[in-house]
Ligand binder design. Structure first.
Ligand code: GLU
Length: 434
């Protein structure tokens, strides 16, 4: 008899009633549930895999430039390390919550598993507004967070990386603080660091490059050529700006981009190099950019384009947006941009959604290359990094596509099935240590 969800004790992950429908962890679990049922996942494994293995919370005192001490709250959630040391970024944002970090950590587990990396999943976060911190305050915050988590991090244990509002400089401070405490330079303890400190060539562009590769693969499946496709990109951070740039280099017409100041639309196509240069000179924002019409976030998401790349944050595409969406391909550069109830609408409309854990896996894939290079002390050329990344992304896309076809499900569920399966198989082989 096939397993049914009622064999699972769903209360293990549910929050106290009423269930918070807006919770990112809940939104991850709704997809995990479907994959678990398809895989006939052992109910005990189900219970284990939907909980984080460890949750660390730290109060981080920082002496501000004024001399006053302010305390920030930081997290590091290790969702799972069955496949290897846990891996995942650290985000700095005022609206970080533990629930969100738990969801992001679980997504890292499925993502690393899906692309066949020898890593488990983790995520970190600090509740802070980086725009309001000076460079010195940001450095003190980062160093104290790293020192607090010294026992958690390690090249064989848990390896942080950049995520929202964190960058190469912040990774350099993590590397230095960890190394000072370890009394040796440990460059494999963190990825996404500057190339001069053992970072990998191509890492900064890797997530956006992966988004490009899977978008081209999806176009190919739909019989579309890049030259005839229009693209809208939500979010102009590292992922969004690189994806926009690379897709336009492939011949796509990128008609809209956006950032926190709203959307910028030009039906004849934006010159992405120029938009990037403008943002750089304008303190990182697009505000006041003139060669485009200003549109709202919602208008951008529902533009009549072939490809939509949500590369901002979670929960951007709800049911109503999905109903009004015109795009044929959605390539999720961000983690969790689509709400579960929107999934069904998009599936009914036959929109090809390349799910986050596949579409944005390029970043962690090159993080893995970086870790391998650090441990070997032998560094690759950018061509070698890019070729290997392209190959791995293409292969992952094809496998997810095949899995989805086999089970007659969306690419998202196909990706979860693949991600959860590899972890569950490893867990079965290792056994539960009593
Ligand atoms: N923060 C990125 C992600 O969500 C990269 C993580 C990493 O490289 O470890 O995939």
């Amino acid at each position: 008899m096939p397993f049914k969800l009622d064999v699972y004790d769903r209360s293990v992950y549910r929050e106290p009633a009423p269930i918070d429908r807006d919770s990112p962890f809940q939104s991850m679990m709704e997809r995990f549930d479907v994959a678990a049922e398809i895989l006939e996942l052992n109910p005990g494994f189900y219970e284990y895999l939907c909980r984080p293995a460890r949750v660390h919370m730290t109060s981080i005192p920082v002496e501000m430039d004024t001399g006053r001490v302010k305390v920030f709250e930081g997290y590091r959630v290790i969702h799972n390390n069955v496949l290897g040391p846990s891996k995942g970024g650290v985000r700095y944002a005022p609206d970080v919550t533990l629930n969100e970090v738990k969801a992001l950590a679980a997504w890292m587990t499925w993502k690393c598993s899906l692309v066949n990396l020898p890593f488990g999943g983790a995520k970190g976060g600090i509740i802070c507004d980086p725009d309001e911190l000076s460079r010195d305050e940001l450095e003190r915050l980062t160093r104290r967070y790293t020192a607090d988590l010294f026992d958690v991090f390690g090249p064989d244990k848990d390896i942080p990386a950049p995520d929202m509002n964190t960058n190469e400089q912040i990774m350099a401070w993590i590397l230095d603080t960890y190394s000072m405490h370890a009394r040796r330079t440990e460059n494999a303890v963190v990825t996404g660091k500057p190339v001069g400190l053992g970072g990998s060539k191509g890492r900064r562009q890797a997530t956006g490059r992966g988004v490009m590769t899977v978008t081209l693969a999806a176009m190919d499946r739909l019989g579309l050529s890049p030259g005839e496709c229009t693209v809208a990109v939500q979010g102009f951070g590292n992922v969004g700006s690189t994806a926009a740039d690379l897709l336009s280099q492939q011949g796509c017409t990128v008609v809209a981009v956006s950032d926190v100041t709203g959307g910028y639309y030009n039906e004849n196509g934006l010159n992405i190099q120029e938009v990037k240069a403008y943002a750089e000179q304008n303190g990182g924002t697009l505000s006041g950019y003139e060669n485009a019409t200003h549109i709202t976030n919602e208008e951008l998401l529902t533009l009549d384009v072939d490809v939509l790349v949500p590369a901002a944050k979670e929960d951007q595409i709800d049911k109503t947006i999905a109903e009004n969406m015109e795009a044929r391909i959605v390539a999720e550069g961000a983690n969790g941009p689509t709400r579960p109830e929107a999934d069904q609408v998009l599936q009914e409309k036959e929109v090809l959604v390349i799910p986050d854990i596949l579409a944005n896996a390029g970043g962690v894939t090159v993080s893995y290359f970086e870790w391998v290079q650090d441990r070997q002390g032998y560094f690759w050329t950018e061509d070698r990094v890019n070729q290997r990344l392209d190959r791995m992304m293409q292969k992952a896309f094809d496998k997810v596509y095949k899995t989805a076809e086999k089970h007659d499900v969306s690419l998202r569920i196909g990706a979860y099935v693949m991600g959860v399966r590899r972890v569950a198989e490893a867990l079965r082989m290792r056994g539960i240590y009593a």
